[in-house]
Design a binder for this molecule. Structure first.
Ligand SMILES: [Zn+2]
Length: 110
């Protein structure tokens, strides 16, 4: 086996790793972005860097099943209800003010 092939695999692995780290910081799927960055280096990693921060997106509650969904979602992922643009939004999961009554279950600390 040639050393060049092994080096290429190693470089691709580090691209995948970098993509995974970026995804982890942004609250996205780590394995998915690892694979994207591994298979398409440069472009995959750049996409991960410029991809939106999942954990900094505003959220809102589905009026029917009360599942917390992303603000930009047009349809509820659980019950399929079409969602109007809401009057109130829920703070991103990256921001967790202490004692917020609208905080998600399991995120309350006291
Ligand atoms: Zn729903």
């Amino acid at each position: 086996m040639s050393g060049a092939g092994l080096q290429l695999i190693l470089i691709l692995f580090f691209f995948g790793l970098a993509g995974g780290v970026v995804a982890r910081i942004k609250g996205s799927n780590v394995l998915l972005w690892f694979l994207i960055s591994f298979c398409i280096p440069f472009i995959g990693l750049l996409t991960a860097v410029f991809y939106r921060y999942e954990n900094q997106e505003l959220r809102r509650e589905c009026p029917r099943c009360h599942r917390v969904v992303m603000l930009h979602d047009a349809v509820c992922m659980r019950c399929g209800t079409e969602l109007e643009f809401p009057q109130v939004a829920i703070a991103p999961s990256a921001m967790r003010p202490a004692g917020d009554p609208r905080a998600e279950q399991g995120e309350l600390r006291s």
